[in-house]
Design a protein around this ligand. Structure first.
Ligand SMILES: [Zn+2]
Ligand SMILES: [Zn+2]
Ligand SMILES: [Zn+2]
Ligand SMILES: [Zn+2]
Length: 311
């Protein structure tokens, strides 16, 4: 999303009437002769006015017309820098490295990117155990963990047909339902039928090449889906599911000392992910964590009672 910042500057030149006492508000030099005004203030030169303009977050140059590419209003770019490729992880324009699957990563993110499966698995296991121990969010599921490319993640997301959009990871849960009929030994009793689940499989897929701290956030998000699946499997409301996953991701960012990543989560304009997150936060503020779990339980019951497919 692009926002254009237009800075309305009125630059006029006036002959200095009271030259002896007039000083440039930027450099404090005494102004003699002609000077410039902007916003009712006096400047000795155009260079001094330019210094009051916003600074490009990438090249550091001051500009009049800039672009805000991310949700962070503190990150603005001159038009030259805004035209550079965008980093897949931090979403900011930069001189990027290109990955095998076509994604681009800025050098800063690339330096901390995780490509090795063993390293990623270690991070996944650490996130899982800390969520369990410190936030009491854990399951006993045997989760298959895998690093994948972007096309593969997109293909798997489409196949699963779950979620509100393409994420940087995917939680996958599948099973086969079998109807079992048990004949009673007593001929006047009706045969008993029950639906049982077999072949239950859990998997979490995440993109390779994500910076370590981003990988932590993605793992936490997907593990939150796993927890909800175990505790409240009948909840189908995407805003609740994704809002909860983003909420847990923000908790993990705090646990691991990566709180700066929460800016994206908090300011996310997305109606499912962003609004969902903010609704969960508000619910916890108003009713506490146990209140939130009661709410989940009621949603779970309503959805089950409505006969919706348990998935
Ligand atoms: Zn000046
Ligand atoms: Zn720039
Ligand atoms: Zn980056
Ligand atoms: Zn999700």
């Amino acid at each position: 999303m692009k926002f254009r910042l237009f800075l309305l500057l009125l630059i006029t030149m006036f002959p200095a009437l009271n030259a002896a006492t007039l000083r440039c508000v930027q450099c404090n030099k005494v102004i003699r002769g002609r000077y410039f005004t902007s916003g009712g203030k006096a400047y000795c030169s155009e260079t001094c006015i330019e210094k009051t303009w916003p600074k490009c977050s990438l090249c550091g140059k001051h500009f009049r017309n800039g672009v805000q590419l991310s949700d962070d209003p503190g990150k603005v770019f001159c038009s030259d820098c805004a035209a550079k490729p965008q980093c897949f992880s931090c979403r900011l324009p930069a001189d990027c490295e290109k990955l095998d699957d076509g994604r681009t990563l800025c050098r800063e993110c690339y330096q901390r990117a995780v490509f090795k499966y063993e390293e990623a698995l270690e991070i996944f296991n650490e996130v899982r155990s800390r969520l369990k121990q410190e936030l009491e969010l854990g399951t006993e599921h045997r989760i298959h963990f895998q690093l994948v490319s972007l096309p593969e993640l997109e293909r798997r997301s489409r196949e699963t047909g779950s979620g509100a959009g393409i994420e940087l990871g995917l939680f996958y849960h599948n099973f086969t339902e079998v109807t079992r009929t048990t004949e009673s030994v007593l001929p006047w009793h009706k045969p008993k039928t029950e639906v049982i689940r077999t072949n239950e499989r859990f998997a979490i897929y995440v993109l390779y090449g994500m910076p370590r701290e981003k990988l932590i956030e993605i793992c936490a998000h997907e593990l939150a889906h796993d927890w909800m699946q175990a505790k409240y499997p009948a909840i189908i409301n995407l805003k609740i599911k994704e809002g909860w996953a983003e909420y847990v991701a923000s908790k993990a960012n705090r646990l691991f000392g990566n709180e700066s990543l929460n800016r994206r989560i908090e300011l996310n304009p997305d109606p499912i992910y962003g609004n969902g997150y903010r609704e969960i936060v508000k619910y916890v503020t108003d009713h506490g964590k146990s209140g939130l779990y009661d709410y989940f339980a009621s949603l779970n019951q309503n959805h089950s009672a409505a006969g919706q497919r348990v998935k």
